[in-house]
Design a binder for this molecule. Structure first.
Ligand code: IPE
Ligand code: IPE
Ligand code: MG
Length: 238
């Protein structure tokens, strides 16, 4: 049995291809990121329209710090601009903003804008936008292991009591359900260190569309594809 008309509750997107989009137009990479930020706004509106409750966007990975200082600075600047521009409509549409990742690595003023937007939207309940910033799946698992080891050393947890549920409670956002659907744009068929724990049973959708060209129509195609999947979670109906 497929998912029929079930809308995925949580969609996670690896927003890839900004650089190539710019290259194809003879533009600087940063122009691709600027266009990518506009696509983020469109994706947010589309998710709300489709009834997706949680949208997690991979905006900057722990590995992306290896890019040129100019590109990193441009991305951080775009994050600040995005927050300035979007905060009023997040309030209006009752959208809560969260981040996942080692966000304390982010430079000011982007980081202070981020913290202010998280605080301002903390009581909104219409939907949740989670920006993955300085996020790495392995970093998240290491951070969880560190906290767990500290609790074990302090006698707060017994090592033999560690199970999947307890482990998951040490991740960055244990309260958020795992993604039902994971989308990657630009055709690359890899995970690039995104949500390694949480995507254990997510449905994958890879599209050749470059992120700046990702629109409501393509988002709709991803959801339709999801609705035709048969999610078995390793089980079998009798
Ligand atoms: C995705 O686009 C944005 C980030 C990773 C921040 P890229 O910048 O990776 O674009 P390509 O992959 O070079 O085309
Ligand atoms: C993944 O894209 C990270 C984000 C979308 C933020 P990358 O462009 O960094 O990934 P690789 O290098 O193609 O694996
Ligand atoms: Mg890329």
């Amino acid at each position: 049995m497929a998912n029929e008309l079930k809308v995925p509750e949580h969609v996670a997107i690896i927003m890839d291809g900004n650089g190539r989009w710019a290259e194809h137009r003879g533009l600087a990479r940063v122009e691709g990121h600027r266009a990518g930020a506009e696509a983020v706004e469109a994706a947010l509106d589309a998710a709300r329209k489709f009834g997706v409750k949680y949208l997690t966007l991979y905006a900057f990975s722990t590995e992306n710090w290896k890019r040129s200082p100019q590109e990193v600075a441009a991305l951080m600047g775009l994050l600040g601009d995005f927050l300035d521009r979007k905060l009023p409509s997040m309030m209006e549409n009752d959208v809560r903003l969260l981040t996942t990742g080692r966000t304390s690595d982010l430079p000011f003023p982007s980081r202070s804008k981020l913290l202010a937007a998280i605080e301002a939207t903390s009581n909104n309940r219409g939907g949740t936008l989670i920006l993955a910033l300085s996020y790495g799946g392995r970093a998240e698992l290491v951070d969880a292991a560190k906290k767990m080891a500290a609790d074990a050393a302090a006698g707060k947890i017994a090592p033999e009591k560690i199970d999947e549920k307890l482990f998951a409670s040490y991740l960055y956002h244990p309260e958020i359900p795992d993604p039902d659907l994971m989308i990657r744009t630009s055709g690359e068929q890899r995970i690039s260190n995104f949500l390694l724990w949480q995507i254990a049973y997510s449905e994958l959708y890879v599209t050749p569309v470059l992120w700046p060209d990702f629109d409501e129509e393509e988002f709709g195609r991803a959801i339709k594809s999801y609705q035709n999947r048969d999610r078995r979670f390793g089980g079998r109906k009798k």
